[in-house]
Design a protein around this ligand. Structure first.
Ligand SMILES: [Zn+2]
Length: 280
């Protein structure tokens, strides 16, 4: 999809599988199983939705999926071996790894940052040798020193090689990264997660990762159990929803396999999502 001079394409990596209880938090299963079907292990099929953006002669990635380095136990729990890996999706778009100029990680959980790095000769190295990698400075600090509560979400091989190669651009809060491309804080999932806002040609694409993991999370109280600060998620959702409705932003759900991109409209006091085709 073209936003003026900016080209935005979807890189949907999937499937992967997450426990339905983790995905829908305090909601009882009878409420969420009307929307999605769980497998025999109570897991729900999801995707990892990243973006390929071309703007001002630069090639930009927003998030990088899980990559290939997760250990056997994680691969089994989340069904990662079935996933389309990022390098193949990029190749299909005609993008070689050395052509990526910028990677923006919304946060460093393994399902968003794992693709930052890859295995070569038994060693983890940056997947994109020329890229500058943007993340919040406080998120990298959290990732290096996670709590017992979120330790399982971070895999050090997704970010330590970027530190070693000196490829980080560490951000302190909101700001513009390139003309038309900025980051916005969306606390709740954790306190240091950022969304990426892309504006051009009078339209806005808003990639908010885990703020609304799927379209089923549009009602403010549908909040995943993995969120560290669910009451903050609630506030952040209520802050951005009216804006996204009013300005017809194109929202990118971090993990929706069937409707990765959508615009929202309000009907009878409820927000509804309408699919948008971004090209993949
Ligand atoms: Zn996620």
């Amino acid at each position: 999809m073209k936003l003026g001079e900016i080209d935005v394409r979807l890189l949907s990596m999937g499937p992967f599988y997450l426990d339905g209880g983790s995905l829908f938090g305090s909601l009882p299963k009878p409420a969420w199983e009307r929307k999605v079907t769980a497998d025999a292990r109570n897991r729900v099929r999801l995707a990892m939705n990243a973006l390929l953006v071309r703007a001002g002669g630069k090639t930009i990635l927003v998030d990088a999926g899980a990559g290939g380095q997760s250990d056997a136990k994680m691969r089994e729990i989340f069904g990662l071996d079935e996933m389309d890996p990022l390098p193949g999706l990029l190749a299909r778009e005609g993008v070689r790894p050395e052509e990526v100029d910028v990677v923006i990680n919304t946060h460093l959980h393994f399902d968003h940052a794992g693709g930052n790095t890859r295995l070569e000769n038994g060693r983890m190295i940056p997947s994109f040798p020329r890229a500058r990698y943007f993340v919040q400075r406080a998120e990298l600090a959290n990732a290096m020193k996670p709590s017992e509560r979120d330790r399982a979400s971070y895999v050090a091989t997704a970010f330590t090689p970027i530190t070693e190669s000196g490829q980080w651009e560490l951000l302190d809060g909101e700001g513009e990264i390139l003309p038309g491309i900025s980051v916005v804080m969306i606390p709740g999932h954790n306190l240091t997660i950022q969304a990426v806002k892309i504006c051009g040609g009078g339209r806005t694409v808003f990639s908010f990762a885990d703020l609304f993991p799927t379209r089923h999370h549009l009602p403010p109280a549908w909040i995943a159990a993995v969120d560290l600060y669910p009451m903050t998620t609630l506030e952040t959702k209520k802050k951005f929803l009216p804006l996204m409705v009013r300005e017809e932003w194109i929202a990118i759900f971090g993990h929706d396999p069937d409707m990765p991109a959508a615009t929202f409209r309000e009907r009878d006091g409820k927000i509804e999502a309408q699919a948008v085709e971004l090209g993949r």
